[in-house]
Design a protein around this ligand. Structure first.
Ligand code: 13P
Ligand code: SF4
Length: 305
């Protein structure tokens, strides 16, 4: 089948099976073209409660599909490629954080949504990169344990000087690999360009940015800005999407390291097989896990929605 034929069959099958296709913005363009909802992890989590479909198909990584299941347990939720995980989400587990909590009894535990459902059962509230600052500001407690991403946590701490924020050693291996030398090289090659950076990058890189924000924040900023050239400090696909969306502007990737192999796993044939019920993986969680893990996702929507 050609790409066009695959897409036509996917569009037909998603209508026939009452399936909503959710695609994270890091997915390839041909997948965004067949999706019902595209966006950052906050937008995709909200879609779980806003979309009427019986079935949800996530083109993204495992924790994103889990978040949809937590918010819409009555729906069948599939992850299009069963191998698509997020290394950051696997860095800390429930036992590690339960032990840390014992030594910090007065702290509110704020978990980046890039965590497993099992870990969420011992956390108080979730955040995404687009909602983290607002949610932390709205928490009544000055003492915050922010997990797992120490770079996102440091950026939040910077915006919330009134809070006492403790961080642990965790983060996105893709974003954290970008260095100040990568920024200097990109700036030297494109001296007119603004630098837009995701807060998962290390603080020394974030400090050099003209704008810091989530995937959606970066895309909106670039589209609305009067500037003509941008260096994109997040997954390389975002620079490609922006170049299609704004052909009169120029977008440059920040170096060559910003490629998330997990986000690249999902293909159109994966989507087709998942819609036929022959591929993907169904997210299965018992009622106890759902009840206990969804509290912190509900709290995220209450404080950040
Ligand atoms: P967003 O919250 O910006 O969608 O980021 C998700 C992610 O995995 C970034 O690496
Ligand atoms: Fe996880 Fe980083 Fe990939 Fe995002 S870019 S899915 S945080 S590994």
């Amino acid at each position: 089948m050609t790409i066009h034929e695959l897409q036509q069959e996917i569009l037909r099958l998603k209508r026939e099976t009452d399936t909503c296709i959710l695609a994270h913005s890091y997915q390839a363009r041909e997948i965004l073209e067949v999706a019902d909802v595209c966006g950052d992890s906050f937008t995709l989590a909200l879609a779980a409660v806003q979309q009427p479909h019986r079935n949800m198909l996530m083109c993204g990584v495992h924790f994103m599909a889990e978040s949809v299941k937590l918010l819409a347990p009555e729906k069948t939720v599939r992850l299009a490629n069963p191998l698509a995980g997020c290394p950051m989400a696997e860095q800390m587990d429930k036992d590690i954080i339960s032990a840390v909590k014992q030594s910090l009894p007065d702290y509110t535990v704020v978990a980046y949504i890039n965590t497993t459902a099992s870990l969420k059962t011992v956390c108080d509230v979730c955040v995404t990169s687009s909602s983290a600052v607002q949610i932390v500001q709205r928490i009544d407690n000055p003492n915050i344990l922010f997990i797992p991403d120490k770079n996102l946590g440091a950026w939040v701490a910077d915006q919330c000087p009134e809070k006492n924020i403790k961080l642990l050693e965790g983060g996105c291996p893709i974003h954290a690999a970008v260095t100040v030398a990568d920024v200097q090289a990109a700036r030297a090659a494109n001296p007119e360009a603004l630098l837009l950076v995701h807060p998962e990058c290390v603080p020394s890189v974030v400090a050099l940015a003209d704008y810091v924000g989530s995937t959606t924040g970066i895309m909106q900023y670039a589209k609305q800005s009067a500037a003509r050239e941008f260096i994109i400090g997040t997954e390389a696909t975002i620079a490609e999407h922006l170049q299609y969306d704004c052909p009169d502007k120029r977008f440059f990737a920040l170096g060559t390291k910003l490629v998330c192999p997990n986000m690249k796993l999902t293909t159109l044939p994966d989507v087709l097989l998942a819609l036929r019920g022959e591929g993907g993986t169904v997210i299965d969680m018992d009622d106890e896990m759902i009840a206990s893990a969804r509290k912190c996702v509900d709290k995220m929507i209450e404080l950040g929605g």
